[in-house]
Design a protein around this ligand. Sequence first.
Ligand code: GDP
Length: 363
Amino acid sequence: MLKAGIVGLPNVGKSTLFNALVENAKADAQNYPFCTIEPNRGVVNVPDERLAVLAQLSRSRQIVPAQIEFVDIAGLVEGASRGEGRGNQFLSHIRQVDAIVQVVRCFDDPDIIHVSGSVDPGRDMEVINLELALADLEQVERRQDKQKKLARTQKSAQEEIELLAQVAAELNQGRLVRQMGLTEEQQAILRPLDLLTAKPMIYATNVSETDLATGNPWTSQVETLAHTEQAQVVRVSAQVEAELTELSPQERADYLASLGVSSGGLRALIRATYELLGLRTFLTTGETETRAWTIKAGMFAPQAAGVIHTDFERGFIRAETIGYEDLVRSGAMTAAREKGLIRSEGKEYLVQEGDVMVFRFNV
Ligand code: GDP
């Protein structure tokens, strides 16, 4: 399962957000066979409105959504890359995630101390990103030393040495690896280093309830900065989300309506993270269950079948396929079949977001 790490300075609302994520997962967990939750790890369902629609259409007994794992990585502080505040340990946790959610404090509250004395999301982002970049620089330099030794006996190391020198120089100028415009091939060379600033990032601007609908000057600042980094921004109120977990569905709706919003931002954050991870969903539906299956963008039909079961991939023959919208318009699989809307796709078929599929295979 793909993992997203939650980072940010102390007191920006990471734990509040993480707990809301986990409480939400628990709240609708009774239907699903999962819920492996450790103190700082939580498996979260990816909201997907299509599932309920398909389940009704097929009279499914249960719904199984796609999932991703969130990891709360507390303790990233200024100086972490120099090992302060057990910094290195935290940085090594971040290496293991596939995408990063950086929580940025965009709420004012005199009772909640800010580690740097004032609310200033631009400065906070710079602090965190600098720590990540410094950690990357150290990693790159270590690799440079190793490859230089290797280069005495091997020619192949030369290309990597040149790339490492270029990356080190740019990191030194404060550029993040994901902003360097590296080719696929260069990215592949760097992949074993697990560089932190190469990972896709979402900024979660944590606002107070009164700013959830409209944002505030701080969220605008983050949006402008994120734009230059090709990073995404999702506005969320950790505190509102935490409060929502305590309320009944009706109370929740009333509370959100009073704030002028339809959600506290958590659903949007989960959805955006899923998309940021380069994940796509195909669907299966029947009386037993309606289910979302996660694949990586660019997978062919047999690989997608393999996500369900390795036998499906090995014995793959064809995939009966219909787009979600087409199926819903037809009203039922049988009607869609009569209209000839169900396509029979072969091994070369690139699975599309929202495909509803039935696999034919040899056992
Ligand atoms: P972390 O150190 O980043 O994990 O931050 P926490 O989640 O522990 O939050 C620090 C404090 O800020 C807690 O007392 C939270 O209740 C409070 N907090 C979190 N989000 C908000 C918010 O949106 N508004 C306000 N006023 N307080 C918040």
